[in-house]
Design a protein around this ligand. Structure first.
Ligand SMILES: [Fe+2]
Length: 234
């Protein structure tokens, strides 16, 4: 229990929602499955592009994003191996089932004039790379079999990261956690680094940090889709 098993959605900022939807649907071929106002966030909307039954690539557009300029080497990598700020996404790799599928995507991309690098054989996966709209660094990757950690954890890099043998053993065999059914109390909200709100919203949004789980769920839950279901439609 208690293990994540995939990306439900990865949310990427955009200043041009239509351009991103156009690229990922018409050029990559992914299906648009949601486009609606972000719950409880004024003037901000998001889109979801299907990766699988329970997985999406998402884009978020809000008014403040119009005035935030990308900074190469800080917010944007520039190329798929370039530097960015810690905690920022450096590039995203979407899974494909086979190299054949990857070549089909490459043909689609090249048909639309996009320069694509690869496939390249990395051993643990094969990959190809390109720049998506707004400087989003995009990879498509495919793996034939699960990664064998014995082969792909390099002692030289382990040492460089300051990881000793007992730590490495812990990292490879994470501790289990006894189920408590959601009963663990909320700690001090400042005990660990936490959300940082902009000054003008600090008072309003900061109140969230001191609410109960029930209060937050009541305030922020919006389970109803924006469009009523069409019953009996052909
Ligand atoms: Fe990658």
């Amino acid at each position: 229990m208690g293990l994540p098993n995939g990306i439900h959605h990865l949310a990427i900022a955009t200043r041009d929602m239509k351009a991103q939807i156009e690229f990922f649907t018409q050029i990559v071929g992914m299906e648009l499955v949601a486009l609606y106002w972000m719950h409880g966030v004024p003037k901000t909307f998001h889109a979801f592009l299907r990766l699988g039954d329970h997985s999406s690539l998402a884009f978020v557009q809000g008014p403040e994003m119009d005035s935030i300029e990308p900074v190469p080497g800080v917010s944007h990598a520039g190329f798929t191996a370039g530097p960015v700020a810690g905690g920022a996404m450096q590039h995203v790799a979407l899974n494909v089932d086979s190299e054949e599928e990857m070549l089909a995507i490459r043909d689609r991309l090249r048909t639309h004039g996009h320069w694509v690098m690869g496939p390249i054989d990395h051993g643990m996966c094969k990959s190809m790379y390109l720049a998506a709209p707004e400087g989003l660094m995009l990879e498509f990757a495919t793996s034939e079999s699960p990664i064998d950690a014995d082969e792909w954890i390099d002692p030289e890099v382990v040492a460089l990261c300051g990881i000793d043998a007992s730590e490495l053993a812990r990292y490879r065999r994470p501790p289990s956690f006894a189920e408590r059914g959601g009963a663990v109390a909320q700690p001090d909200p400042h005990a660990q680094p936490n959300f940082v709100f902009p000054p003008e919203q600090r008072e309003q949004l900061g109140a969230l940090l001191h609410m109960s789980d029930e209060q937050i769920a009541t305030l922020l839950s919006f389970p109803t889709p924006p469009v009523p279901k069409q019953r009996g439609a052909a």
